[in-house]
Design a protein around this ligand. Sequence first.
Ligand code: N01
Length: 542
Amino acid sequence: MGNGDIELDADIVVVGAGMSGLYALKALRDRGFRVIVLERAPEVGGTWYWNRYPGARCDIPSLEYSFGFDPELEQEWEWTEHFAAQPEIERYLNHIADRYDLRRDIRLSTGVSAMTFDATTDTWVVDTETGERLRARFCVMATGGLSAPHRPDWPGLDTFAGEIVQTSLWPEDGVELEGRRVGIVGNGSSGVQAIPELAEVAGHLTVFQRTAAFTWPSQNRPLTEAEQAEVKSRYRELRAAQYASPLATAHTTGAVIFTFADPDKRILESTADEREAALAEHGFSAARIWGDAAKDLEANEMAVELFREMVRRTVHDPEVADSLCPKDYPIGCKRPVLDNGYFETFNRDDVTLVDLRKDPVVEVVPAGVVTASGTKELDVLVFATGFDAVSGALTRIDIRGTDGRLLRDEWTDGPRTLMGFAAAGFPNLLMIIGPGSVGVLATYPPHIELQVGWIADLLDHLRATERTCVEAEVEAQDAWCAEVEAAAAGSMFLAPNCSSWYNGGNIAGKARNLPIYLGGLDRYMARANEMAANGYEGFALR
Ligand code: N01
């Protein structure tokens, strides 16, 4: 790459060595770029390094939640379960780091604290938490959509005499839980996965719940050799289906978690007998059969009532069951959660539910958590309280673009990008799974491959045409943001009463905004490829 007179440490700095960063390094190095990856963790793996809490598991089938860029890798890697557990995915990513000799360009335990664009040389100056400073032409942000942990600021938290841990920062050498009094806060995917596992080992488990969750039986199972061989025998066709689908899925192995089973079925026209029969046959999943619940709030409420009925039939104590019934938001507002015996866990004598809506937290004291009804004494307090999602990992870094403007300030009312790839005012900064892309909705590995491929083509094009700068144009960015907004209209993600990490409602002070394109990955990539074919329309190349 033409570096002019300035000395560059790399052509490209990639921030993050999770799934996106590892593949970006591989793909960009293959194109002949000099790449350095900076990673905060002491190991590679990103999400799959940090989230090592008991029960951590993916809820996308492993045969699809894996890379398709190398058929040999696909054939040699053996998944053991339909939904892989954290250690297996972490091993897979470490295998990739070794297999493609990626580690030599990765600096571990090196978090990025600040990034400043130098317009005089069209380069980025990257400062790390370890005091290093690097200069590169481009930065590729592989910082993840769910990687900036969020923890409530309860009064007295720092006085707690026991141990405080966060599911998304789980210590590598584990946490002593056996026989201890453990409390857990949060009932999203992380909490719902951890709760049955913690109950198994703790002396007593106290679950602090603010909002009851919709969760669906995961139906995880070991993968048989025959099943795996069958998928491997037609992997090219399946990957092609993933790359061309709205959510990067091929439905090889059942379980579709984002949609209602039958778009044409109307619960509003169903009879009580039909609903009862569905409950008998499908249990909790009965609530996700009728497609009209996807957009119609009245239909959705009928589906919610089926779900509540199933909770009441599963949980023995009527008061606990009532607290576990979701009441004030629709199915589809929050991300679907898959569980392994979640509701049944509340039938155990050594598990207590604290319903924070009825019995709110007052403070934390050395002995435990004080709620309105008294002190819950604890040895360990686990926070499964989620993330400042989609944009949080980016806004937590001091990213300064043209004229010193700070990304965090520019995005006060919500992130603005062109297709999630780039933001006006921040030249030469490219994002993988960025806000404004399909992002967290599509199966990550194939989605990452498509986005990284597009970014690599763009950087190739700049090199070939001897340009040193690429920037999103404001008009194109505005038009794309309007399109993202239009695609979200009527979706349950923005339904009244819907507060979630998708729409920023989980973080106090964050703008309510859905920075996710709901039009599907297929349409998204078609548009991205069309822009590229038109000379990177919407981007200024200098
Ligand atoms: O986080 P969440 P998560 N007081 O935001 C509660 C992916 N993931 O880490 O709803 C009390 O969903 C909060 O309550 P409320 C997946 O995409 C995937 O569980 O805000 N409670 C909520 O119950 C997932 O969606 C997998 O009222 C407080 C919980 O904490 C995403 O990551 C596994 C509180 C946070 O739920 C995030 O999931 C794990 C407070 N002050 C994660 N603040 C799989 O693949 C927050 N809460 C299976």
